[in-house]
Every structure is written in structure tokens, then in C-alpha cells.
Design a protein around this ligand. Structure first.
Ligand code: 5AD
Ligand code: SF4
Length: 430
């Protein structure tokens, strides 16, 4: 999400006469696009700010701005003297950046943290600043109103709103014409996308129909509204990728209820059953939080058994981190001791490693189509790409077939993180 937002920032600033550069040490303006999801993310930003303020001591003309969720959450507190910050802009305030920067040039501080009910930046063509030229993100909605008890996002990103469908299709078509071959449609909860009569299943079909050589992915889905209609559309189009990220957070009904996730373990498992039935070749990944308020050993075990039952291909796994002002922070005690949180997290990580390996082992011997994304960092004679199921395949590429081309590879071996394959043929067209 922040990656896509940075492209919007780059677009607004480019129109205002700025040019993006690679080395921040040579920049006149440094904007830090921030995340508040866990305390660790915010601590990393404070560490970077230390680094930037010593840069500023050497070059006083350098301006520093904090944008995104931390700006929204901490507001004018970020303008305290010792942080050396000149500008603060929340996620809905990016259009006012030129104005804020003009104030900063006048020697004032610039701040705007007003949230909007309608801002989607739909007319802004993102400027790609850090790209492989093959895969791109398109933000299709902003905000979230699910109010999961642990989560700060509804407070930092505001009300849910969908972007105009036509501008999404236009952007996808333009990216395809520029050579991009994979688009990830982004939002906090893409399944509740709605623009007039266009819901998410219709939107994804329209993007898939731009060209059969354009792959479509999406993130993230809330389990409560992953419908059979959507699953049927995913099954219908070869170029809609067969991998679904479906954050479960916990396998325990008691914890899910406290988290305000609005589904039960059984309900979630029914959706998993629907995915496996309607899209048999689909991988499923997830997000899990270890050690939420009041979590017992039994609750934790329920998470482990659910992971096995689903057989996730991969997962993002976190220790619960209390966020100020959320429902959980106000109403529950963060009562699972740190060492127990850590032990439970490690158990979850170790189990996932086993499940990821099992999921990858099922691929060995198969021939899979991959989209080549680039040259391997470890070995320049090797390239890598991803399968429709979102698995990374590394393979020898002596003929130097380029990024952006589809190729067939036979899967020879694997680790928990990667498949190792050999090229069987490549082709520019499906
Ligand atoms: N503590 C730990 N993890 C969190 N997430 C969201 N809020 C918190 C929190 N307070 C995780 C959830 C979510 C992912 C993006 O981050 O798993 O799906
Ligand atoms: Fe946070 Fe829940 Fe919204 Fe995801 S769905 S952003 S976890 S409140």
C-alpha cells in the first residue's frame, strides 16, 4: 500500500517540479512514507529520523517530511524540535504537498492530517520510481471500516472508499502498453470494492480481459466477504492468478471474537473448502497474530491445528503489538507475557516452514508457466519468476530470456522458500 502511495507522492511532486533521485544523501527533500501497524515499524522510522537529522546538521537546507500512517497518528507531535521534521502529511493529504512545501520554504512548518471520505487519487497517474518494469500495483480502494480490535488502520487511513473503475482499467491498460505483465489490485479489503454496479468480481474480470498476457493478482481479502462469485471469476480466467491471501489472524473462536473478526473458525474453514472446490490448483496464504490479549495455550493450539488443516503455502506471522487508541488497547489487557508471545510465534513460524516445504514439494516434477521478473541476485546466470500460485522459481537462463516473458519451467527441487527449476521453453504469447 505504501509502495503504491509513494508512486502517487512521486507523481504529485514531479508535477510540482521535483525529480526523484536514488540516493537520499543527495536529496533536497526527504519524505518518509510511514507505517503504524506495529510498534516495531514506528521505531524503525524514529531510527531513520535520527540518521536524517544528522544529515540535516551538515546540510541545513535539506527538508524532511513524514507522510502516511504515522503522520496521521502522531500529527503535530512529529514537529517537536528534536526530530527536525519540517512537514507532516496524512494519507489523504498528498494533494496539499505543494502548498505545504511552499510554507516550509517560507520557514514555517507544514502540516495536514485531515482524513477524507472521498479522496482516491483516481486522476493521478503514479510515477514508477522503483520498478522491475514487469510487476506493478494499482490501488483500487482506500481506508478500512472493519475495526478489528487490534488494528490501527481504520484510525490512520479513515473511511472505506472505492476508486472509480474506469480509471483503474485505464491505468492497467497503460501499464500493459508500457510492458508491465502483472498487476496487483490493492486495498485493505478488496472484496468489498464497489463502484456503481461494478463489484470486485466484475472489476477483476475487466482487468483480466485487457489482455490474456496480463496477469492479475489482488491483496488483501477479508474472509467475511470472499464470495463464491469471486472464486468463480478467478477460476474462469487463466490470467487471474491462482493464489489467495486470506488473513485468518487466529484459529480460536474465542480469540476471533475478541479480535472482532466477524467470523468463526468453522466459517473460515468453509470458505477454504470453497476455494479448494472451485479453484483446485490455488495456493492459500495468510496473516497470523501470536499472543493477542487473553490468548490461552488452547487458543494458540487452535491456531496451529487450523494452519495444518488449511495447509498454507506461506504466511506473515507477527507478535501482537498493542496500538494506542484501538479497541483492544482501551478495553483489554495486553496480558500474554513477552516470552510466551515469542515462544508461540516461533512455534507458528516453525510449523509454517514445514507447511511451506510440503506445499513446495508438491510442485516438484511439474511443469509450470512462470512470468520472468529479473536476474537472480545471487547468481547472474540465473533468473527468477513466479508461478500463478505465487511461488518463486529460480532457474539457469543461459539464453538470457528477458524479464516480462512467460516461460515454462520444470520444477526439479525446492527449499521452504524457493523452487528450483529448468527451462523447458519460453514464449512471448500465451
Ligand atoms: N499487532 C500485530 N500484528 C498486527 N497486524 C495488524 N495489527 C497488528 C497488531 N496490532 C497484522 C495483521 C494484519 C497484518 C497486515 O498485520 O495480521 O493482517
Ligand atoms: Fe486492520 Fe482489520 Fe481493516 Fe485489516 S480488515 S486493515 S486488520 S481493521
Amino acid at each position: 500500500m505504501n509502495f503504491a502511495d509513494s508512486e502517487i507522492l512521486a507523481s504529485i511532486l514531479t508535477a510540482d517540479g521535483y525529480t526523484p533521485i536514488d540516493d537520499y544523501k543527495k536529496a533536497d527533500l526527504i519524505l518518509v512514507n510511514t507505517c503504524s501497524i506495529r510498534d516495531h515499524a514506528e521505531q524503525r522510522v524514529f531510527n531513520r529520523l535520527n540518521e536524517f537529522s544528522s544529515l540535516k546538521k551538515r546540510s541545513p537546507h535539506v527538508k524532511i517530511g513524514i507522510v502516511g500512517c504515522m503522520a496521521e497518528r502522531l500529527k503535530e507531535h512529529l514537529l517537536e524540535e528534536q526530530l527536525q521534521v519540517d512537514l507532516v502529511a496524512g494519507p489523504d493529504a498528498y494533494r496539499s504537498l505543494p502548498l505545504l512545501l511552499a510554507q516550509v520554504e517560507d520557514g514555517q512548518k507544514g502540516i495536514n492530517t485531515i482524513l477524507s471520505e472521498s479522496e482516491t487519487y483516481d486522476d493521478i497517474k503514479p510515477v514508477k520510481t522503483d520498478t522491475n518494469g514487469v510487476t506493478a500495483f494499482i490501488s483500487i480502494m482506500r481506508g478500512c471500516e472493519n475495526f478489528c480490535a487490534y488494528c490501527v488502520v481504520p484510525y490512520t487511513r479513515g473511511k472505506e472508499r472505492s476508486r472509480n473503475a474506469e480509471t483503474i482499467i485505464d491505468e492497467a491498460r497503460l501499464l500493459f502498453e508500457q510492458g508491465y505483465r502483472e498487476i496487483t489490485l490493492l486495498g485493505q479489503n478488496v472484496n468489498s470494492y464497489k463502484c456503481g454496479t461494478v463489484g470486485f468480481p466484475q472489476l477483476i474480470a475487466q482487468v483480466a480481459e485487457i489482455n490474456s498476457q496480463l496477469r492479475v493478482r489482488f491483496a488483501t481479502s477479508h474472509p467475511k466477504d470472499i464470495s463464491d462469485e469471486l472464486l468463480t471469476v478467478i477460476a474462469q480466467y487463466d490470467n487471474v492468478c491462482k493464489s489467495i491471501h486470506l488473513p485468518v489472524q487466529s484459529g480460536s473462536d474465542a480469540t476471533l471474537q475478541k479480535m472482532n473478526r466477524k467470523y468463526t473458525r468453522q466459517w473460515y474453514l468453509n470458505r477454504i473448502e470453497a476455494i479448494k472446490r472451485i479453484i483446485p490448483d490455488c495456493t492459500i496464504s495468510t496473516d497470523i497474530i501470536a499472543g493477542f490479549c487473553g490468548e490461552t495455550e488452547k487458543d494458540h493450539n487452535d491456531t496451529l491445528t487450523l494452519m495444518r488443516e488449511v495447509g498454507y503455502s506461506s504466511a506473515f506471522m507477527f507478535k501482537y503489538s498493542e496500538r494506542p487508541d484501538t479497541f483492544a488497547a482501551e478495553n483489554y489487557k495486553d496480558d500474554v507475557p513477552e516470552e510466551i508471545k515469542l515462544r508461540r510465534l516461533n512455534e507458528i513460524i516453525n510449523l509454517q516452514r514445514e507447511l511451506s516445504l510440503a506445499s513446495n514439494e508438491k510442485e516438484t516434477g511439474l511443469i509450470r508457466e512462470i512470468l520472468i521478473e529479473g536476474v537472480s541476485r545471487r547468481n547472474l546466470l540465473q533468473s527468477y519468476g513466479r508461478t500463478s500460485q505465487n511461488k518463486v522459481v529460480v532457474f539457469d537462463n543461459p539464453a538470457q530470456i528477458k524479464a516480462g516473458v512467460y516461460a515454462n519451467v520444470k520444477i526439479l527441487r525446492c527449499t521452504p522458500a524457493t523452487l528450483i527449476g529448468e527451462l523447458t521453453q519460453s514464449r512471448a504469447h500465451r
